[in-house]
Design a binder for this molecule. Structure first.
Ligand code: FES
Length: 135
């Protein structure tokens, strides 16, 4: 019977063991850094931005690095997939409900781990926007 300690499903394990979007981007346009208030784990998200359309810059590439757990790694891997190619406005709307849906579920005790990537992506976007609004 499922309970809050239910183990990770196959999709989460696949992404945890073989994440496609982990790593660093050289000369990123922005880096988000957030510590998870719940567990203290740290996440970084690197962005490369295509700003040919000045009004609607797009995420050309996105990668993550984390000291977080399996759920944080799997969630961030999905997050990067969802964010790549999106405008910054679209990317800000990605939330952990969508991430969890793509992961086909997470144990409830691990839901906070999926919020970490979402917050870190927003931090990176805000830093990019701030840098680019200061003439
Ligand atoms: S326990 Fe810290 S991110 Fe999952």
């Amino acid at each position: 019977m499922a309970n809050k300690f239910t183990s990770y499903n196959k999709e989460v394990m696949k992404r945890f063991l073989h994440p496609k979007n982990s790593g660093e981007i050289k000369n990123p346009d922005a880096v988000g850094k957030i510590r998870n208030d719940y567990c203290g784990d740290l996440m970084e998200i690197y962005l490369k931005i295509d700003d040919k359309d000045k009004k609607n810059p797009r995420i050309k590439d996105v990668k993550f690095q984390t000291m977080g757990c399996a759920a944080a790694i799997a969630s961030s891997d999905v997050l990067c997939e969802l964010a790549r190619g999106k405008t910054l406005e679209q990317a800000k709307k990605i939330d952990n409900k969508l991430i969890i849906k793509r992961l086909k579920g997470l144990p409830s005790i691990k839901l906070h781990c999926s919020v970490l990537g979402e917050r870190t992506l927003r931090d990176a976007i805000e830093k990019y926007e701030k840098k680019n609004s200061e003439g």
